[in-house]
Design a protein around this ligand. Structure first.
Ligand SMILES: CC(C)(COP(=O)(O)OP(=O)(O)OC[C@H]1O[C@@H](n2cnc3c(N)ncnc32)[C@H](O)[C@@H]1OP(=O)(O)O)[C@@H](O)C(=O)NCCC(=O)NCCS
Length: 180
């Protein structure tokens, strides 16, 4: 269990699957997280459980809990590059009532510290799309910097949008937030 200021992060459990499935079929959550609505919703609950519970070779997912120990989202990393000690991070607060209250930033800082100090990563990447200003702002508060823009790389509800590529180095994170 990882402890942030207000959130906790733990492995995903079987009892989480019903709620995770509800979020997968939520239009607004999907709109912001990937622009992939309704594509994401075309998964069965079994397929989702397999994705979240079975160990996957290059992807690690965890549950984010609030102060009341309720599940509010997921966070994880993928695309691990061992020699360069880098990975790509992803986060979604599926509980919309928790947006804009600092939970996402708290989870990101807590998880980034875990990746830099326990997994010994040197660099973390992530990406989003140009209209997701809340995500960009949260990432910037953690210390991520915009490193690039892929023109019209995302197709969201009939329109092409730029993908925003961001990155954070270990020493930048530690100088902003410290080890503990
Ligand atoms: C993105 C996400 C993880 C951020 O977590 P959060 O808890 O909502 O964010 P926080 O409250 O920690 O920080 C949000 C910041 O964005 C700001 N913000 C919100 N809407 C904004 C907007 N339209 N324009 C600019 N800034 C905005 C907030 O004011 C806050 O900044 P501040 O603390 O300086 O005031 C969460 O909202 C989420 O999961 N959203 C849906 C899925 C998603 O977008 N996932 C990311 C995919 S790349």
């Amino acid at each position: 269990m990882l402890k942030g200021k207000r959130i906790r992060i733990r492995p995903i459990e079987e009892d989480d699957i019903d709620l995770l499935y509800q979020w997968t079929t939520d239009e607004e959550v999907n709109y912001w997280s990937s622009g992939a609505w309704p594509l994401n919703s075309l998964q069965t609950k079994d397929q989702l459980a397999e994705k979240y519970l079975d160990s996957q070779p290059d992807s690690y997912r965890y549950a984010i809990l609030n102060e009341k120990d309720s599940l509010i989202g997921t966070i994880g990393f993928k695309e691990i590059n061992v020699p360069s000690r880098s990975a790509t991070l992803f986060v979604v607060l599926g509980d919309k009532t928790c947006w804009n209250q600092g939970y996402g930033t708290d989870a990101l800082i807590t998880f980034a510290r875990f990746l830099f100090t326990q997994w010994n990563f040197h660099r973390i990447s992530l990406d989003t799309w140009d209209e997701n200003l809340r995500a960009i702002r949260a990432y910037e508060k953690v210390g991520f910097k915009v490193e690039g823009r892929q023109r019209e790389a995302r197709f969201v509800l009939g329109n092409y949008h730029d993908a925003i590529l961001m990155g954070l180095l270990r020493h930048e994170f530690l100088s902003l937030h410290g080890k503990l």
